[in-house]
Write a protein that binds this ligand. Structure first.
Ligand SMILES: [Zn+2]
Length: 349
């Protein structure tokens, strides 16, 4: 992985590359961005450049170090995912005492770092404050506010920005040979997140989730509370709050890969994103009575029906409520409770 392969994110790339150029590497970085937004790619591009035998601002892709990194076999790169306090002690704090094997640096890529509890974060604190000269910790988080202020204040925070729709659309058309129209639809769903767009492009689960969105929004208008709760239960098991990634290997050198996106289920958050797109469609149709800007263009009949039944105020309220539920899931309210109460409150409207 190289910086050049990453689309957009110029601010972060410039920051890291000028750090490489001036040899002013911080000991701890937070890479903050939503799921599938490319945090791991950025971390690996940085690690590759940092460890590359050419010592440039971009990895060469040819040297031994670059090959080891590409195959997740680099002896001086450790992958850790959502560590508990014991794992922080053993796999990071304890391990960092041992000098790098073949490089100037020893890099710890901590995926899902926001899931560290206070004990785990506190265990990490001293290492972040006083690391050995070769130690670099990269904390990958989908919400940096879940890290303790004491951790945040000692790290350089790099925020992944959403991409422009045009950047995503172009990449989808080039890489996946998608026709213009299809790329447009997926881009709209992806909301600035290329990783998500790619995942959706390859995903059967996505087309299934589209159908479920149409189904639930119609049911909400036509059925009783008990049936809505039954549906909510069904969707909770179908759409997990988070996808479990491949577990790290014992030695901490492998794993934490993004996996085969086409087989991954749609997450609850993505399902809610789809639901927002649906209600925006209904709202848009209600306002314009035109089908040309509708994203769910294959479900025009249902959109027309719902646009007739729901008033503007309710639609805006529903869209806001879905966004609120997404935030609740981020701040760790159980997905089950969140989805139940969301669907019931939409129904009451
Ligand atoms: Zn290299």
């Amino acid at each position: 992985m190289t910086f050049a392969e990453i689309i957009g994110q110029d601010e972060i790339k410039n920051h890291l590359q000028s750090a490489l150029q001036q040899k002013k590497i911080s000991h701890a970085y937070i890479i903050n961005g939503e799921a599938e937004s490319g945090k791991m790619m950025m971390a690996e591009a940085f690690a590759a450049a940092l460890l590359c035998e050419q010592h440039g601002i971009e990895s060469c892709g040819e040297c031994k170090s670059c090959h080891q990194l590409l195959t997740h076999n680099h002896p001086d790169v450790r992958y850790v995912s959502a560590p508990k306090v014991m794992e922080v002690r053993e796999q990071i704090v304890g391990d960092m005492v041992v000098k790098p094997y073949s490089s100037e640096y020893k890099i710890y890529i901590v995926d899902h770092a926001e899931e560290m509890d206070a004990a785990a974060q506190n265990a990490l604190l001293k290492t972040i404050e006083e690391p050995p000269a070769y130690g670099v910790i990269l904390l990958l988080v989908n919400n940096d506010q879940r890290l303790l202020q004491t951790i945040r204040s000692r790290c350089v925070t790099l925020n992944i920005k959403p991409l422009r729709n045009e950047q995503i659309k172009t990449r989808l058309m080039q890489t996946y040979q998608l026709p213009d129209y299809e790329a447009e639809v997926l881009t709209a769903f992806a909301q600035g997140n290329l990783g998500r767009a790619v995942k959706l492009t390859e995903s059967e689960a996505f087309s299934e989730a589209r159908k479920d969105v149409i189904r639930i929004s119609s049911k909400i208008l036509n059925t009783n509370d008990a049936e809505v709760i039954t549906l909510a239960k069904e969707y909770q098991s179908k759409y997990p709050v988070r996808i479990k990634k491949t577990a790290d290997k014992e030695d901490g050198t492998k794993g934490a890969s993004e996996g085969d996106a086409s087989n991954e289920p749609i997450t609850l958050e993505e399902f809610l994103d789809l639901l927002v797109v649906w209600y925006r469609d209904v709202l848009l149709y209600k306002a314009s009575q035109k089908a040309n800007q509708i994203i769910f263009s294959d479900a025009l009949a249902q959109i027309r029906t719902q646009a007739a039944k729901l008033d503007y105020e309710s639609l805006e309220w529903i869209i806001k409520s879905i966004d609120k539920t997404k935030r609740q899931i981020h701040s760790n309210v159980s997905g089950e409770i969140a989805l139940d109460s969301l669907l019931l409150s939409i129904k009451e409207k």
